[in-house]
Design a protein around this ligand. Structure first.
Ligand SMILES: *Cc1c(COP(=O)(O)O)cnc(C)c1O
Length: 355
């Protein structure tokens, strides 16, 4: 049976991408070698790296003074790496606490200097995005999380920052238009909207490198990776290759503007169903709802398992909410077709009619 994959990550990718990737595992570009065995220093792979980088720049309209890097260690390594590089002159940094991932980033930054948590939505189990706060200009940087995967909240606007602006965009990069010039460092683990786990995308303003600390280990220094074009050590070849295929798919379909429309259409259908229902209700505040991850629950606790089983029967996968929130979570990443959301909405309607 066809599966509808609502998993929060690793994400769904287009069928065509899986097919082409599987071919390359056996025979990469008619070389009679596998993508998994070719040298990362060979021209065919250098071409893959360059193509992937230029697709990222093109799709996100990245200004010329930025570098695009593919590193390893996930978004989780970026939590400490960015703090290690950029907590420098002022010995302090500012964070917006919008949930688990933001808190983990804060925990790591504390190892390198003073952390000001300028605002937090912890008081309501992170079901909203705090809005009125002023970022101190004597901080080395401000850090925020654009989309809170676990809670289903998303920043619709970004604050003015008088200092370097750093953002974890792991779960909504390439899902909507962003003005990269407003940020100095953007990072994202590949596995939420870009490709298979293994690569971490980093977009960095080259001008801020001179403000960074450099008496740190080479592998943790952004300068190393910029100078070596992400080839300081063996890069995650397969993850980058499949990301390239996925970005090509996105570009051919119509790019970020096109996918943003599609993503809104999917999210609107699900949220409309939730809002019109007497049985389901949304967890995140309406104005902060994410178009990537929708969190909702059912007001009759005893129907939770029944609904879950009906979903499984309909081929719906990965719908259970995160343990810290409960209920359900539907992740609707770029490659998810509207048909999958329609299937989910049908199951919601069916249980409501029976309840
Ligand atoms: C998944 C996720 C992370 C963690 O990513 P890893 O690549 O597994 O380290 C960090 N931030 C956000 C917003 C996420 O969704």
């Amino acid at each position: 049976m066809k599966k509808h994959n609502f998993s929060a990550g690793p994400c769904i990718l287009p069928e065509e991408v899986f097919k082409e990737a599987s071919k390359a595992v056996i025979n990469f570009e008619n070389s009679n070698l596998s993508i998994l065995e070719i040298s990362h220093r060979s021209q065919p792979f250098i071409d893959v790296m360059e193509k992937t980088t230029s697709l990222v720049k093109d799709l996100l309209c990245i200004p010329n003074n930025y570098s695009v890097l593919f590193l390893q260690g996930g978004a989780s390594l970026q939590f400490l790496m960015l703090a290690n590089n950029f907590i420098n002159k002022n010995k302090k940094c500012t964070y917006l606490d919008t949930g688990t991932w933001a808190s983990k980033a804060i925990k790591e930054a504390k190892l390198f200097g003073e952390v000001i948590t300028i605002a937090s939505s912890k008081d309501k189990n992170y079901n909203y995005i705090p809005k009125s706060y002023n970022i101190p200009s004597d901080s080395d940087y401000f850090h925020c999380t654009s989309n809170n995967t676990i809670y289903g909240t998303q920043m619709k606007n970004f604050p003015y920052s008088p200092t370097n602006m750093i953002c974890d965009m792991s779960s909504d990069i390439f899902s909507r238009k962003i003005d990269v010039s407003k940020f100095d460092l953007i990072y994202a683990g590949a596995q939420k909207n870009l490709g298979p786990a293994g690569a971490t995308l980093v977009i960095i303003n080259n001008d801020i490198i001179k403000e960074a600390k450099h008496n740190i280990p080479s592998m943790l220094d952004y300068k190393t990776h910029i100078e070596k074009s992400s080839m300081f050590n063996t890069p995650p070849v397969f993850s980058i290759y499949v990301s390239m295929l996925n970005l090509k798919w996105l570009k051919n379909k119509g790019g970020v503007k096109w996918i943003e429309e599609k993503n809104k259409e999917k999210a609107n259908l699900l949220y409309k169903t939730i809002d019109e229902s007497n049985l389901f209700y949304g967890i995140a505040e309406k104005e902060d709802r994410s178009i990537m991850n929708a969190t909702f629950t059912i007001n009759k606790k005893n129907l939770e398992e029944k609904f879950y089983n009906m979903c499984v029967k309909a081929g719906i996968n990965g719908i259970r909410g995160h343990r810290s929130v409960g209920g359900f979570r539907a992740s609707m990443y770029n490659a998810m077709p509207l048909e999958s959301v329609k299937t989910l909405v049908e199951v919601m309607g069916e249980i409501e009619r029976k309840a």
